[in-house]
Design a binder for this molecule. Structure first.
Ligand SMILES: [Zn+2]
Length: 183
């Protein structure tokens, strides 16, 4: 079983006058996403560890993270979403997608970035491939997210509690969810 992995993470603050730009995410695609996160206490690092332990190849799609700010400039969001969709299409027939989205990102004219990215993923993967999404506990879970994801998993927000269990080293975030829903 091969699993595509991706992370596009930001918590928007729509009261902030500071807009978010493409470069604020420092996005990387393909193998560079693995190189950035392998061995790190991040959601992607947890995905990589869990898949490695299960002897399942990780197929890296992208990794992008931006600090909290206002809505993302629309053309920059479109560029990021296009990059995600294009790279996902390059991954050869994954059996599943693990996607870290946080669940509270907005762009100009897009209140539900997570739902929009899931729609991109479904366009590429079709309806049958499982898509499991990790979200912050305060994610704004929408109908678009719930209908397009196979499972939504809420994880604790502090890195030390998400990714490390005492005595066990790093754990996959999905191994210790605070809440989850699946269809
Ligand atoms: Zn958050």
């Amino acid at each position: 079983m091969t699993v595509a992995i991706a992370a596009i993470l930001q918590e928007s603050n729509t009261f902030s006058p500071v807009t978010t730009r493409y470069q604020d995410f420092s996005p990387v695609f393909g193998e560079a996403a693995l190189e950035r996160h392998r061995g790190k206490a991040t959601e992607m690092g947890g995905f990589i560890d869990a898949l490695t332990a299960a002897r399942m190849p990780s197929l890296p799609v992208c990794a992008a993270w931006a600090i909290t700010a206002g809505r993302m400039i629309r053309e920059d969001f479109d560029r990021l979403a296009r990059g995600f969709e294009r790279q996902l299409a390059r991954v050869r027939k994954p059996d599943a997608l693990l996607l870290a989205l946080h669940g509270a990102q907005t762009a100009e004219g897009v209140d539900d970035v997570a739902g929009a990215l899931l729609a991109s993923a479904r366009r590429v993967l079709g309806g049958a491939v499982p898509i499991v999404v990790t979200l912050d506990l305060h994610a704004n879970v929408t109908r678009a997210m719930a209908t397009q994801a196979t499972a939504l998993v809420g994880i604790t927000p502090t890195p030390t509690s998400i990714f490390t269990k005492p005595g066990e080293g790093r754990a996959a975030p999905s191994a210790d969810p605070c809440w989850s829903a699946s269809r």
